[in-house]
Design a protein around this ligand. Structure first.
Ligand SMILES: [Zn+2]
Length: 95
């Protein structure tokens, strides 16, 4: 097992994010505060790669946590995380 690098393919990335939601490492997006900005070489909460300076990033403030938890993630990771979150929210037990 090697860490995901910049050559991550989107299918592996989606799978990784789905697994992290399933295992509780990532929350499900739920009306949290979302800020756009630029990376400062911090780690992405989704893929563990660095968000390099100048790269677009999203910061999500989870108000359900006290003190609020801030998650930073790449734009691609954010999009996948939102999609995975929405698919879980709309899932029904009797589907
Ligand atoms: Zn990422």
């Amino acid at each position: 097992m090697s860490a995901l690098s910049e050559t991550t393919d989107p299918f592996a990335l989606r799978e990784l994010i789905a697994q992290r939601i399933n295992s509780g490492l990532l929350p499900i997006a739920a009306a949290d505060k979302i800020f756009g900005g630029y990376g400062q070489d911090q780690f992405c909460a989704c893929c563990d790669s660095r968000i390099r300076e100048g790269d677009v990033l999203y910061e999500i403030e989870l108000a359900v946590q006290q003190p609020p938890l801030i998650l930073s993630m790449h734009r691609e990771c954010f999009n996948l995380w939102m999609e995975e979150s929405e698919s879980r929210q709309s899932a029904r037990p009797n589907g």
